[in-house]
Design a protein around this ligand. Structure first.
Ligand SMILES: [Zn+2]
Length: 466
């Protein structure tokens, strides 16, 4: 029996141990997509206790707590930080076989050197020890990232964002590079005329352009795109249920925009056409500047109306959708390819049933200009765990080139979730190690060591023009 979470955690063979300890472990982290709060990095915030960086905003933990019968008061409500921690600690033993159990203990070990398992009886000791450590200067947020060897992190930012915190981070000479990413979802969210117009009013103010036509809308967004570029942004991100790839004419889009700008609701047909036009225009901007574009597709969000009304989005009420993805994705990417305007692209699915669809879609649009130009993103959200990562890497190996994969990203809101890169690297090394032991790939240390270092770090470093 192997001890729980020892140095060879998840590494089942000698080759896996060698690849992880000699090659994967030492590589810095390029976390090219996350949801960290730039202001906290700029202020190099110190947390008062471990609940703040660990449980605030972590909807994975809240879902587990709710499932375990814990009242909302201890998840997002007004219970004290200690009480919230206590309820989480009581829940942890019930998370066995859920990735939360692994993440929790990897995080306690990686940041705080705590190897005791978390449960009701260890809760107070662990809370005290971790919270005390967080009072040290090197446990401020930049120190936490540095401790995990994070070289560069990309946040997720709205086009109207002033990027003041990114500018300050750069000016102050932070311990790592922090770069914005362009996430313009709100500028195409025409489902609700009132919310949309209020957003466009803000955009108009920020861009200094009166937005009364579609061309003015695009001009404003382009101005913000230029501003993001000047501040180091080199990639975009879109959260979509499906790709929008309807046929439309320019005059149709002009009148749809005038209609919604006048406060009138759009028909579902108009909404689809408008979103198709926007998605295309964004892809053109990204191509012009040589950015990479990311598409996260297939989730259904805010399923629980009662909870949405009470605590808003991103609180743990989203799940895997079952849309048909292949045809629209193909049509969208093909249009860009046909016009010679397809930039580097990363596609992420949330439904594992789409795995092979994604893995084969890539090959349609690789054009020999850059290795792995079209990427299939690492297991995302509900698939960001051992089973999901193994399935993603197995399908990518079988139907594409695993060696050209840009690898892991946290997609996280917490400064304490960086051991997910370690988790990913161990799983990667283990897959390769098993193949070597089975005689399915050669035991070529140089070849395999390079492959592991590339997927852990160099592929991402070379892919993005940061
Ligand atoms: Zn994300």
């Amino acid at each position: 029996m192997k001890p729980f979470l020892d140095d060879n955690f998840l590494l089942q063979t000698k080759t896996a141990e060698y690849l992880y300890h000699e090659h994967a472990k030492k590589m810095p982290i390029i976390d090219y997509h996350n949801h960290l709060i730039p202001q906290q990095i700029a202020e190099n915030r110190m947390f008062e206790n471990v609940t703040q960086p660990w449980l605030y905003g972590d909807h994975y933990k809240w879902r587990a707590m709710r499932t375990n019968g814990v009242d909302e008061k201890y998840c997002t409500g007004n219970a004290s930080d200690w009480e919230k921690f206590q309820k989480w600690a009581e829940t942890v033993p019930y998370t066995l076989r859920n990735p939360l159990y692994h993440w929790t203990h990897l995080e306690l070990k990686g940041y705080f050197g705590i190897t005791e398992v978390l449960n009701a009886s260890s809760a107070e000791r662990i809370y005290k020890k971790a919270s005390e450590l967080l009072q040290n200067d090197n446990y401020r947020v930049q120190g936490l990232l540095k401790k995990m060897n994070v070289e560069l992190a990309c946040t997720t930012d709205d086009p109207v964002d002033s990027l003041e915190h990114h500018i300050r981070i750069k000016k102050d000479g932070a311990l790592l590079r922090v770069i914005p990413a362009w996430r313009p979802d709100k500028s195409m969210a025409v489902d609700n005329a009132v919310i949309y117009n209020s957003y466009i009013d803000t955009l108009a103010k920020v861009a200094g352009i009166e937005i009364n036509s579609f061309s003015k809308l695009i001009e404003s967004l382009r101005k913000r795109h230029d501003f993001f570029h000047a501040n180091g942004c080199r990639l975009s991100d879109h959260g979509l249920e499906i790709f929008y790839a309807e046929l439309y004419t320019g005059s149709e889009i002009d009148s749809i925009f005038v209609k919604i700008r006048g406060g009138k609701s759009l028909t579902s047909d108009e909404i689809l056409k408008f979103k198709s036009a926007m998605l295309y225009e964004f892809a053109i901007m990204d191509h012009e500047k040589g950015w990479a574009q990311q598409y996260h597709i297939g989730s259904i969000r805010n399923n629980n109306t009662r909870m949405f009304k009470s605590i808003g989005p991103d609180t743990g009420f989203d799940s895997i959708g079952d849309f048909n993805q292949a045809i629209l994705m193909s049509r969208f990417v093909d249009r860009l390819d046909k016009e010679n305007k397809l930039t580097k692209t990363i596609l992420y699915n949330i439904n594992p049933a789409d795995n092979e669809v994604m893995a084969t879609m890539l090959g349609n649009f690789q054009d020999g200009t850059f290795p792995g130009k079209i990427q299939w993103g690492s297991g995302w959200w509900f698939l960001d765990q051992k089973d999901g990562m193994e399935k993603q890497m197995n399908a990518l190996s079988t139907l594409g080139l695993l060696s050209r994969f840009v690898g892991m990203l946290t997609d996280s809101r917490s400064f304490l979730s960086y051991p997910r890169h370690e988790y990913f690297r161990r799983i990667l090394c283990n897959l390769i190690g098993n193949d070597v032991e089975n005689g399915e790939i050669p035991s070529d240390k140089a070849l395999l060591g390079k492959m592991v270092e590339d997927i852990s770090y160099y592929n991402a470093k070379n892919y993005f023009n940061f």
